[in-house]
Design a binder for this molecule. Sequence first.
Ligand SMILES: Nc1ncnc2c1ncn2[C@@H]1O[C@H](COP(=O)(O)OP(=O)(O)OP(=O)(O)O)[C@@H](O)[C@H]1O
Ligand SMILES: [Mg+2]
Length: 289
Amino acid sequence: MSATTIRLGGKKVLASVEGLSFRYPDSQKPAVKDVSLEIGEGEVVLLAGPSGCGKSTLLRCLNGLIPHMYPGDYRGGVTVSGLKVADTPMSTLSQSVGLLFQNPENQIFMFSVERDVAFGLQNLSVPREEMRARVDEAMRLLGISDLAQRAPHELSDGQKQRAALAGVMAMRPKVIILDEPTSLLDPKTALDVVSLIGRLNRELGITFIVVEHRLELLIPIADRLIVMDSGSKVMDGPPREVLADPRVEGYGVSVPPVSRLYNALSRDGVRLPRVPETPEEMAEELNAL
Ligand SMILES: Nc1ncnc2c1ncn2[C@@H]1O[C@H](COP(=O)(O)OP(=O)(O)OP(=O)(O)O)[C@@H](O)[C@H]1O
Ligand SMILES: [Mg+2]
């Protein structure tokens, strides 16, 4: 299916993965196995599954690190924003797909925050004035304008995460891919990053694909939950539905307590009228009983 196809929900398809398999050179079995999926423009997609199931590998296939930087046995195809990833140079892809690594240290290297934020743009030969404007805008969006002259290594983990995300934002990508963006953050800063993702999605229409183990953090802003296991996509749907499916706990996904309680009640024959996503919704459903 082409990237411009209008799909049933009325949303444009922004990314499509068709029969994708990838095996790293020294591995016996593929890290990603015959995965097909479509991501609509403006969606927030949460990707979950046990350690080693292929989440980061799938993200690398979406942003082009695979096959451009990682060699291996690559089958099937990935199209993002109308570009066939395997046939498009990284410099072109990076203007459509932004990737934030698990550890922001990997994305922070220069002498000041603003030079770090500008780093990606410097490789695109963006005119100086436009670069200045985009860097300022990205720092403002992320609330780090006052840190512009600070040395990146002096920042807190949360500030580093914001600086790295600002560097991605300055590229103005259509889709931003985040690999465990909150893993280094305390609960309060993690919530701040999640609400920021929600805001960038709502206000700028940016599509997000997020790998996150702490599902309950992302569930409130996620449109979709995809679960992988041993390289395959095993579940895909609205988070409420996926988490209410008894199979989900078998896939090593840390099911949020609210969903576990819902599933336990269902097993005992208690049918709530609505699948709750938050403790507040659960309280309402139980009160209504
Ligand atoms: N650079 C690499 N070279 C060889 N094998 C790799 C490489 N990166 C990952 N793998 C292997 O590919 C499989 C999938 O790894 P991947 O990193 O995609 O999993 P993941 O779901 O992101 O795990 P985690 O939750 O621990 O981050 C694993 O078996 C892993 O050992
Ligand atoms: Mg990973």
